[in-house]
Design a protein around this ligand. Structure first.
Ligand SMILES: OC[C@H]1O[C@H](O)[C@H](O)[C@@H]1O
Length: 331
């Protein structure tokens, strides 16, 4: 799984802002998922902060980037756990809690036989206030700090995503969306993104029902002005499309490294964090904007790197242990 070397060894560390969900993940590794009314002893456990944007931000920082996470976290014991995990992994928190600051717990069961996960969570039920994000941006500007190279949104808390994307438009940052499975309201955000990474469960509405074919999904996203499309499908090949202005569209796929997976929870988030890191590492283009530096070659290279990191993350339990695993030195 050794990669060809750093994306751009001489460039300063890329910076990323991640907007979306923070939760507490309680992960139990079991021989097989419990049945109704069954109590069982787990084989192992992991507890950490979780949520797509949170896991992506931690990955970005673990790969050497400077990451900030805008998410409602609030106060109390669960919030303390999230804050401690982010601090340990070098992610700056911009707490965007509104009046109701209620952090969710994701109860995650992972089968040691199949590495498949089941997740139960109230997800994003806190109210959100985007003002702390805007203040953070103003403070950084006044301090002369560079704007983030990339902004990633995960589709949770659309008002926060909107604020992050609007800032990114002003900064000229590369705008990435972890689109996951289809969510109502996604369409309003997608049109503001340069790169959209949906999963194989992303079925946008079509004239005759949901669009399920990858080519149809890609065409739908292209029709909304998206330049780079990265369609993930678990351990199956990742397909990508690049469609830049009048030039013909380019398309390719990357077969992820085949590994002995223990836990697939959060692997998609790790993929998105690594994708953002690789794309942001290409530096700034001729107009001083990161988005100008990204092209079809950098996208396919970023997909290849993200596949390697995400595959490695599935060999350990939870979305953190891969960071200190010996083979992660290759990243
Ligand atoms: O994408 C997986 C993440 O979101 C889920 O809700 C879990 O919290 C996990 O951290």
């Amino acid at each position: 799984m050794m990669l060809d070397g750093p994306v751009n060894a001489s460039a300063p560390a890329p910076t990323g802002l991640f907007c979306g969900l923070a939760v507490v993940d309680v992960v139990q590794l079991v021989d097989s998922p419990p049945g109704p009314d069954e109590k069982m002893t787990a084989v192992d456990q992991a507890v950490s902060a979780g949520g797509p944007a949170t896991n992506a931000a931690v990955t970005f920082a673990a790969l050497g980037g400077r990451a900030a996470l805008a998410a409602p976290v609030g106060t109390g014991p669960l919030a303390e756990l999230v804050r401690a995990d982010l601090a340990q992994h070098g992610v700056e928190l911009i707490d965007c809690s509104g009046a109701r600051g209620s952090l969710s717990v994701s109860s995650c069961t992972v089968s040691a036989t199949t590495a498949q996960r089941s997740v139960v969570s109230t997800n994003g039920r806190a109210t959100v206030d985007a003002d702390p994000l805007l203040s953070w941006a103003r403070r950084n500007r006044d301090a002369g700090l560079p704007a983030p190279d990339t902004v990633l949104v995960d589709g949770h808390y659309p008002a926060l995503a909107r604020a992050g994307l609007d800032l990114a438009i002003g900064w000229g940052s590369l705008r990435i969306m972890d689109a996951g499975s289809w969510k109502d309201g996604a369409e309003q955000l997608i049109g503001s993104c340069d790169v959209v990474a949906p999963s194989a469960r992303f079925f946008p509405p079509g004239p005759d029902g949901p669009l399920t074919e990858p080519e149809e999904v890609a065409a739908w996203l292209r029709g909304r002005g998206v330049t780079g499309i990265v369609l993930t499908d678990g351990a199956r090949p990742v397909r990508w499309w690049w469609h830049d202005g009048p030039r013909p569209s380019e398309h390719g796929q990357v077969v992820p490294p085949q590994v002995r997976a223990l836990d697939t929870l959060g692997a998609g988030d790790v993929f998105h964090g690594a994708l953002a890191h690789a794309l942001a590492s290409h530096g700034r283009g001729p107009t001083g904007s990161t988005r100008q530096a990204v092209d079809t070659e950098s996208l396919s290279d970023a997909v290849r790197r993200a596949c390697a990191v995400a595959a490695a993350s599935t060999t350990t339990l939870g979305a953190r242990a891969w960071i200190t695993a010996p083979e992660s030195g290759a990243f």
